[in-house]
Design a protein around this ligand. Structure first.
Ligand SMILES: C[S@@+](CC[C@H](N)C(=O)[O-])C[C@H]1O[C@@H](n2cnc3c(N)ncnc32)[C@H](O)[C@@H]1O
Length: 266
């Protein structure tokens, strides 16, 4: 894996690309007018991260993989107009809460949560794939400064998310009891949802391991009120993980399984 810039080789892109490469512990290779094919054969890299407009982009079989807002901004606007959001309801979010998102991905859910908990709350996002974690961290930083059309609410939410590149199974046992109000998991679905194009480009890089019951026990210990797991409606994962309470799902293909503090999974 290497980092380079687009053929335009803008100074700001070179600077950002060098920082990204250093943080990921992989080489930065000056583009020097090489085509992608030339770069590939000169470096033997299977993944080439290209900086353009100070954003890292990876092209793969599913298209381009880069940080984007997904539906987070529309969901925040909907909340501002008085609408509901199933995740907000499932987590029971309110201003001032501390949220641990154990499967950060590109942070669409984390942005919505960060908006609701507001400036007195916080969101910590764990992501086990270093490339995804760093892409999201850069994306959230650029959202605050360089996305000219981002709403003030989205910018503010981006500034409240701390990205921690780590495996939640290793991180949860290190936390004290009640360290967070709620803990959230949105693992890669066991059976991919074909229509979800937003997640397709992430799929090639994401950590697709299933959640374990031990991890859920740790999450329940760390949470003050509840642990929430998102899955496809009717997924057998809910039974495997011993979940009894649900939110959403009636008219949606998605369902939120809820484990309440003090409750033992089935
Ligand atoms: C479905 S995506 C999450 C999407 C996210 N909720 C959003 O709104 O953008 C799942 C993400 O969790 C990450 N992941 C899976 N297992 C993990 C683990 N054990 N620790 C931390 N992150 C994990 C995957 O790499 C992937 O990026």
């Amino acid at each position: 894996m290497i980092v380079t810039t687009s053929l335009r080789e803008i100074t700001a892109d070179i600077a950002a690309a060098e920082i990204f490469a250093q943080q990921l512990g992989i080489p930065f290779v000056a583009r020097n007018r090489q085509s992608m094919q030339e770069l590939q054969s000169n470096t033997n890299a299977t993944v080439i991260i290209v900086f353009e407009n100070q954003q890292p982009v990876v092209t793969n079989s599913a298209g381009k993989f880069f940080f984007h807002r997904g539906l987070s901004e529309l969901r925040i606007l909907n909340l501002l107009r008085g609408g509901n959001d199933p995740l907000v309801r499932a987590l029971g979010l309110a201003p001032g809460m501390r949220v641990l998102d154990c499967t950060l991905g590109l942070a669409a859910d984390a942005l919505v949560a960060a908006h609701v908990v507001g400036e007195t709350g916080s969101v910590c996002g764990l992501e086990s794939v270093p490339l995804v974690a760093l892409m999201t961290r850069f994306g959230l930083e650029t959202l605050q400064t360089n996305f000219v059309d981002a709403s003030p609410e989205l910018r503010a939410a981006a500034g409240r998310i701390e990205v921690v590149p780590t495996d939640h199974a290793a991180y949860l046992p290190e936390l004290t009891d009640y360290a967070f109000d709620v803990v959230y998991f949105d693992p890669m679905f066991r059976r991919p949802k074909k229509s979800s194009s937003g997640i397709q480009s992430l799929r090639d890089y994401a950590d697709a391991r299933p959640l374990s019951r031990e991890t859920l026990q740790q999450a329940l210990r760390v949470a003050k009120s509840r642990v929430v797991i998102k899955e496809l409606s009717g997924s057998s994962e809910f039974a495997r993980l011993g979940i009894r309470h649900f939110a959403g799902g009636q008219h949606s293909s998605l369902q939120y399984g809820i484990l309440l503090k003090g409750e033992e999974p089935d």
